[in-house]
Design a protein around this ligand. Structure first.
Ligand code: NAP
Length: 290
């Protein structure tokens, strides 16, 4: 019997996860299909019930269900509870176990690029679902201090408690006139962007939340946006001499960790990266791989 791994979200038709996950399954000779399931919010409980079938190995969960699905699974792990969001479900012993691999995805993408988090001053732009995973990742990685800059300041305030005892978290409006934002930018060893600005088909494809003159050599910048692979923000940071990492690295690493959990096998990372870049190129959305 061919097993299934589902991707629950809306919209999922253009997701590139099926491309690189299927390559990973095929490369290891596993008899399984990774299937996008277009799931409106009203259909989420039924989709989660379908995951209980014997042929289902588990699922990825994406926008807009990462928070809502937490209460529909049997065993969310402490990390999923802490982040308040789930992106991976594993069916084991008849139960739906859930976790959040975005946290390790951020840390691995940074580590791959030789960027350490321990002791760093971090500026996080955005305070949505992805930002929640970033705050927990910075706490786990031992960052010294984190400032969250967001368009709606109350949304940033709501994330402060995620820093726990270990990580000091401050907030500022995402407004270039804000003194707090400029100071945080000057101090930042690492800047992480988690809004859709600069994303193809997003609210503003050409926009960068921070201009090039605010970046400097010695800084590192992770843009979670991965379409296009080189975003306006990464270009601006590059021009200033900062070290940059695109969102594709995080996407593939969170997927690779999910793959480990579903299959118990070490994922073929190089093949997954190659397939992810090919998927972006096929969609006319990416740049050529280096
Ligand atoms: P979300 O929950 O909808 O949060 C969106 C965030 O962006 C909020 O902070 C929102 O600010 C801000 N925002 C939206 N439009 C804006 C605009 N026009 N100007 C300024 N700020 C704006 O989304 P999410 O799930 O956190 O995802 C955010 C981004 O990360 C997306 O581009 C997504 O593709 C990317 N992402 C990448 C990965 C990866 O693996 N690489 C994983 C997850 C997400 P307000 O609070 O003011 O509304």
């Amino acid at each position: 019997m061919t097993a299934t791994i589902a991707l629950l979200g809306q919209p999922v038709a253009h997701s590139i996860s099926p491309r690189f996950q299927q390559v990973a399954l095929d490369t290891l000779g596993l008899d399984a299909r990774y299937e996008p399931w277009e799931t409106p919010p009203s259909g989420l409980p039924a989709a989660v019930e379908r995951l209980r079938s014997a042929d289902l190995m588990g699922a990825n969960v994406t926008v807009p269900h990462k928070v809502a699905v937490l209460r529909l699974v049997d065993r969310p792990d402490p990390l999923a509870e802490l982040v308040g969001a789930v992106n991976t479900i594993v069916r084991r012993d008849g139960l739906l176990h859930a976790t959040n691999t975005d946290v390790s995805g951020v840390l691995r993408a940074l580590a791959d690029a030789g960027i350490g988090v321990a002791g760093s001053h971090v500026l996080l732009i955005g305070a949505g679902g992805a930002a929640r995973a970033v705050v927990v990742a910075m706490r786990r990685g031992g960052a010294a201090a984190l400032t969250i800059a967001n368009r709606t300041p109350q949304h940033a305030e709501a994330l402060v408690a995620l820093g726990g005892q270990q990580l000091v978290v401050a907030t500022t409006p995402l407004d270039l006139a804000s003194e707090a934002l400029r100071t945080a930018m000057e101090k930042a060893d690492l800047v992480i962007h988690s809004t859709p600005l600069g994303m193809r088909h997003g609210p503003d494809e050409q926009a960068t939340p921070l201009p090039a003159e605010l970046f400097r050599a010695g800084q590192s910048v992770l843009d979670m946006v991965y379409v296009p692979e080189r975003t306006p923000l990464l270009e601006a940071a590059n021009r200033a001499g900062a070290r940059t990492v695109g969102g594709l690295a995080m996407l593939v690493h969170q997927g690779a960790e999910s793959f480990r959990l579903w299959t118990g096998h070490e994922p073929p990372l190089d093949m997954m990266f190659e397939a992810a870049r090919a998927a972006l190129r096929d969609a006319g959305q990416g740049s050529a791989p280096p």
